[in-house]
Write a protein that binds this ligand. Structure first.
Ligand code: PNS
Length: 159
């Protein structure tokens, strides 16, 4: 399968994200993990920190690149000549919003398809928000985030 984009906020990257990245990278030719640089959103980690963490965790995946985008996802995809957007689905609760976004993106650019990958069972409970909640309250986030970025995430709450 051709070139693909996996977009997100990744605030911060979790093992659920990594699971999707790795599995997609095994079935496509090329995957761009695209970090949304949205000045209006209030992320905990800066855009540079989120991008850097993704670069660290994907460095052993040769067909994965980490990039960023501003504005509309479909415009970014078209600029990169990519026609497949990958989204992860954890539960029925994800479906409604993801379905809405897929339909909007289809309306904006019918050439671009959204494809969904189901999360692995082990990570169905995980989200960036849960990681921040647990880490912020001093809980153990081992197993929730890739080992290589564990300390970077924990240290954010100790500064
Ligand atoms: O990790 P997230 O926060 O669920 O990712 C959401 C993201 C970045 C994929 C989504 O907000 C997005 O595509 N934003 C870009 C703006 C856009 O294209 N909006 C129109 C589709 S609703």
């Amino acid at each position: 399968m051709k070139k693909t984009i996996y977009p997100g906020s990744f605030d911060p990257v979790t093992n659920g994200h990594y699971d999707i990245i790795k599995r997609v990278s095994q079935v496509v030719d090329h995957l761009t993990v695209a970090v949304l640089d949205n000045p209006r959103k209030t992320e905990l980690f800066t855009f540079e920190e989120r991008t850097e963490m993704l670069k660290i965790v994907t460095r052993d995946l040769p067909n994965v690149e980490v990039d960023y985008f501003k504005g509309l996802l479909v415009e970014y995809a078209a600029q990169k000549d990519v026609r497949i957007i990958i989204k992860g689905l954890r539960a029925i609760s994800d479906f409604e919003f993801e379905f809405q976004m897929a339909l909007v993106n289809q309306k904006l650019d019918p050439q671009i398809e959204t494809m969904f990958m189901m999360t692995s069972n082990n990570y169905a409970h995980l989200s960036s928000s849960i990681v921040k909640e647990v880490a912020g309250l001093g809980g153990d986030i081992c197993g929730m985030v890739p080992e290589e970025v564990h300390d970077l995430i924990v240290n954010k709450f100790n500064t």
